[in-house]
Design a binder for this molecule. Structure first.
Ligand code: ADP
Length: 276
């Protein structure tokens, strides 16, 4: 299928409830929706989305992951998925099961080069159509890997899909924090629930045990304090996290009982507590 086959009809985009308000779209087969967002690209949003999805599965939940990062869909690669999803009716798609979680990526359907030249509303329309045409089965938590940025279109999406909460990923670096701050304020203005912030790449521990703060220290922690938001946790730079992402072997599936894996599991637990 190519971009053209994604139905861009506005039929549900403009659904209005009897009281005149726009209806929020639920996603069939899904109980809770958690969207992972970052104002900047390259801060580890997709890597964390994948690891959190697996962490939630390890906590015995039924988990789905929806890769809606239309400009750089990387979840299939990070999960080692090489097949395309199947459809019985040419419209609804069966998610692909990998590591015990259900996965769907917009990258399976929409050509990235085409998407690059789409205007915001088209992108969002495509994501929404795609989001509602997946045959999720008994999913307790659906993790959505959102496109990076803070544009209007992304906010519209966050408002129109029944998202239970947004998790914001930032590195401790000043430029990333400035963008994260702006993104959070926009979400807040639109009354989207922000579950908290995760500081990724918070530090790097070298072989001699020394901790290096390559991108600055406690940046996201300070941001969360200033904005009165939860800091859900800090994930260090680990070569194994990067290797796992590149080779389709998510870190948290293969490592346990070390500081980093415990932190990822704790972040997943904290998220479930916040969206009960
Ligand atoms: P984004 O989705 O924000 O664009 P990615 O998840 O693609 O970012 O991550 C960007 C790069 O950083 C990838 O190569 C990924 O493997 C790497 N990466 C992300 N988080 C970590 C981490 N905590 N430690 C080491 N490498 C990481």
């Amino acid at each position: 299928m190519d971009a053209k086959s994604v139905n861009l009809s506005k039929e549900f985009v403009n659904k209005i409830s009897p009281d005149g308000k726009k209806l929020k779209l639920p996603i069939n087969g899904v109980k809770k929706i958690i969207a992972i967002s970052s104002a900047k690209g390259g801060v580890g949003k997709s890597t964390i989305a994948v690891n959190l999805a697996i962490a939630l599965k390890k906590l015995n939940y039924n988990v789905g992951i929806l890769d809606a990062d239309i400009y750089g869909p990387s979840v299939p690669q990070m999960l080692g998925i090489h097949e395309k999803p199947k459809s019985e009716d040419g419209k609804n798609l069966f998610p692909i099961i990998q590591y015990g979680i259900q996965c769907m990526s917009i990258g399976f359907l929409v050509d990235q080069d085409t998407a690059m030249i789409w205007r915001g509303p088209m992108v969002i329309s495509a994501i929404k159509t795609f989001t509602t045409n997946v045959l999720w089965k008994d999913v307790d938590y659906l993790i959505i890997d959102l496109p990076p940025g803070t544009g209007d279109a992304l906010l519209t999406f966050a408002q129109e899909i029944q998202i239970d909460g947004i998790v914001v990923i930032s590195t401790p670096q000043e430029v990333a924090l400035l963008d994260a701050n702006r993104g959070i304020k926009m979400f807040q203005k639109m009354n989207v629930n922000i579950i908290g912030i995760i500081e990724n790449m918070s530090s790097f521990v070298s072989d001699d045990g020394k901790e290096h703060f390559l991108f600055g220290k406690n940046g996201a922690e300070n941001l969360s304090k200033n904005l009165n938001l939860n800091l859900l946790g800090k994930i260090p730079i680990e070569i194994k996290i990067r290797e796992g992402a590149d080779t389709g072997k998510p870190y948290i599936e293969f490592f346990s009982d070390n500081e980093t894996s415990n932190e990822i599991m704790n972040i997943a637990k904290r998220i479930t507590e916040k969206v009960k």
